[in-house]
Design a protein around this ligand. Structure first.
Ligand SMILES: Nc1nc2c(ncn2[C@@H]2O[C@H](COP(=O)(O)OP(=O)(O)O)[C@@H](O)[C@H]2O)c(=O)[nH]1
Ligand SMILES: Nc1ncnc2c1ncn2[C@@H]1O[C@H](COP(=O)(O)OP(=O)(O)O)[C@@H](O)[C@H]1O
Length: 195
């Protein structure tokens, strides 16, 4: 019998070390699967990089705004990343209304955030994106957005994150972007996405 309300969407959690190509791959996945799939825009207290737009790349909040919204219970998950004093988090408002409309929502978040989000959405589809160590360092340097010290720190965090890949339902090696996107689209179709 046809139903007035669509079947709810699924949460899709994508993690992987910084520089592995998450943003590149997720952008290509969205190009292919929007509007059936949308990206949750995270909130952060870090400063925008040149060209980043508030509400599009991140919701850029002051530390005070972030803390107030955290205290009000507005985050699905949030945490301080890289130990630099910058906070990142997923606002519940970015997730619930879209799921209720039947859209699938991608969270591009770190492994600790993923664990917290799973507590509230245990059925979430989890995908870990990997690549070997040397290629990771090459990509971080090629991006030219981070200092040497930042790159060292990101590589340290990367090793810790890679150790958790097996906790994800799927692991995808980002060898070639088109191939990676094919694999992710296939995973989502297998999980029931009708796009
Ligand atoms: N827990 C959590 N982590 C996030 C969120 N958004 C981004 N991150 C993580 O924050 C880290 C830093 O992000 P950013 O400074 O934008 O650098 P990028 O990884 O190079 O794009 C990455 O590890 C992201 O996965 C979020 O909403 N929640
Ligand atoms: N499959 C790939 N092969 C080669 N380079 C890639 C691939 N995917 C992404 N890159 C490049 O690697 C760098 C890091 O990618 P980015 O998407 O910013 O990673 P992340 O979001 O995981 O930090 C960028 O310069 C990007 O163009």
């Amino acid at each position: 019998m046809p139903s007035e309300s669509p079947s709810p969407g699924q949460l899709v959690i994508i993690s992987g070390p910084s520089g592995v190509g998450k943003s590149t791959v997720v952008a290509a996945v969205l190009d292919r699967l929007q509007p059936a799939v949308r990206l949750s825009i995270s909130a952060t207290t870090r400063a925008p990089r040149p060209g980043e737009v508030d509400g599009q790349h991140y919701h850029f909040l002051t530390a005070e705004e972030f803390a107030a919204r955290r205290a009000a219970g507005e985050f699905l998950e949030c945490m301080e990343v890289f130990g630099r004093g910058h906070w990142y988090g997923t606002l519940l408002d970015e997730v619930r209304p879209s799921l209720a409309r039947g859209q699938w929502v991608i969270l591009e978040i770190d492994v600790d955030g993923a664990r917290k989000a799973l507590e509230q959405f245990p059925q979430a589809v989890t995908i870990f994106i990997t690549v070997d160590d040397q290629e990771l360092e090459r990509r971080l340097r090629a991006r030219r957005t981070d200092s040497d010290e930042d790159i060292r720190r990101r590589l340290q965090v990367a090793r810790r994150e890679m150790a958790q890949a097996s906790n994800y339902r799927y692991q995808v090696v980002n060898d070639e972007v088109d191939h990676t996107v094919d694999q992710i689209a296939q995973i989502l179709a297998q999980e029931g996405l009708d796009a």
